[in-house]
Design a protein around this ligand. Structure first.
Ligand SMILES: *Cc1c(COP(=O)(O)O)cnc(C)c1O
Length: 391
């Protein structure tokens, strides 16, 4: 037994949503309103979310994957174009390039942070002629913000666009070379940033996503692409047959986020800062506990870390994963390196291509971290991990 007398009354997963009566009321009010989709809650959620991350514009979409797809379309990814991302991410970060027929390339990670190593990106860029690559998709993995100022320098030097995959990091920031806090998704360095509202993410609406940007041209294009490529703005139409008239001007999609889910998002957003503060508090407790636990190595922290995940590395990861399950603790692995997925292997990537990502994968485990995790539950998680590693 663990050295704690505490026994969990519910399974403890690595992450979970937190729904309050205020959330339920917000959704119910919208259900009884005139709009289930494309009503006033969409624009309200967009405005509030843009303000939360410090960007000029936001576009709500069906989910984070749709957000990535629309970003790749808006940036003009075409067959044959090459885009660089990290192998340690959810496949969707890479797949958006494939949806548009582009080629995905990878740069290995920095083992201390598990973030894409910008020095490896530079080496990759320098080993090919100018114009060989078209874009970069850095990922704020686990909630640790990528240094986008450095990434922007590379993008400018090599003429790349940049999409920040910030699904893990709403509210996160890094400190730039002038000492300014730069918030994830604020559009200062990346052309576009994307977020997801999947239930394990900071803001949970079931399905849902957001794109943020400071570029008005991209913003207007994304609004059209989200709704079939249709415009209803007379200023942008080739003719006007009457009040009903609209024009489909390019091939778009139905990637809209419904009003009732935007209402839930608005309600969740009001608690986002408090949830982030709790995540940081829980992470600080884990940091202190594992500093005194040889055999458990957490990933590096940072002041602006948004702590979507708390990742530890242990020698016997599979053993610990299985052991925790017997104790009702459902840890998870983030991520199986994308280039080792059979689909990407069918495109020519192979195990061994990115050794640091693969070494990280062999030992990583994401342990429970979510705002409603109680102190007792967290102490129980620590006790079980210590028991396994032999403390
Ligand atoms: C969750 C996630 C996505 C995809 O978001 P969905 O809303 O599930 O489509 C993309 N990238 C990263 C890093 C994610 O964590």
């Amino acid at each position: 037994m663990s050295d704690s007398a505490f026994q969990p009354t519910r399974p403890i997963a690595y992450g979970r949503q937190h729904i309050t009566p205020a959330d339920v009321q917000a959704v119910t009010e919208t259900l009884y309103s005139d709009y289930l989709t494309q009503g006033p809650k969409v624009a309200e959620f967009e405005e509030r979310f843009a303000a939360y991350v410090g960007a000029s514009y936001a576009v709500a979409v069906a989910n984070g994957t749709a957000a990535l797809h629309l970003c790749a379309l808006a940036l003009g990814v075409q067959p044959g174009q090459r885009v660089i991302t990290t192998p340690i991410t959810f496949s969707a970060s890479a797949n958006c390039v494939r949806y548009c027929g582009g080629e995905v390339h990878f740069a290995d990670i920095d083992p201390a942070t598990a973030l894409i190593d910008l020095k490896a990106v530079r080496r990759l860029l320098e080993s090919h002629p100018q114009g060989y690559f078209h874009g970069l998709i850095p990922v704020d993995f686990a909630g640790l913000p990528v240094d986008l100022e450095e990434a922007r320098k590379l993008c400018t030097e090599f003429n790349l666009w940049m999409i920040e995959d910030s699904c893990h990091a709403p509210g996160g920031f890094f400190t730039d070379s002038e000492g300014q806090e730069q918030w994830c998704g604020n559009g200062q360095f990346a052309d576009l940033a994307i977020f997801s509202f999947h239930p394990v993410k900071h803001i949970a609406t079931g399905e849902g996503g957001m794109i943020t940007t400071n570029r008005r041209d991209l913003y207007e294009h994304l609004l059209r692409l989200r709704t079939h490529g249709i415009t209803k703005d007379p200023a942008h139409m080739s003719r006007n047959d009457g009040g009903w008239y609209m024009e489909m001007q390019e091939l778009g999609y139905n990637y809209r986020m419904p009003d009732m889910l935007c209402a839930l998002g608005i309600s969740q957003l009001e608690r986002a800062a408090a949830g982030l503060a709790r995540r940081r508090q829980l992470a600080a407790y884990y940091d202190a506990a594992f500093a005194a636990t040889p055999g458990v190595r957490p990933l590096a922290g940072a002041a602006g870390h948004a702590y979507h995940l708390y990742v530890i590395q242990v020698a016997d990861r599979k053993g610990l994963y299985d052991f925790l399950r017997t104790r009702q603790i459902y840890a998870q692995v983030h991520y199986i390196p994308v280039h080792t997925m059979p689909y990407y292997q069918s495109l020519g990537w192979q195990p061994g291509d990115f050794p640091r990502a693969e070494a990280y994968y062999a030992h990583c485990l994401s342990i429970p971290l979510f705002p409603s995790l109680t102190d007792e539950e967290q102490q129980y998680v620590v006790a079980c991990i210590r028991e396994f590693v032999g403390q």
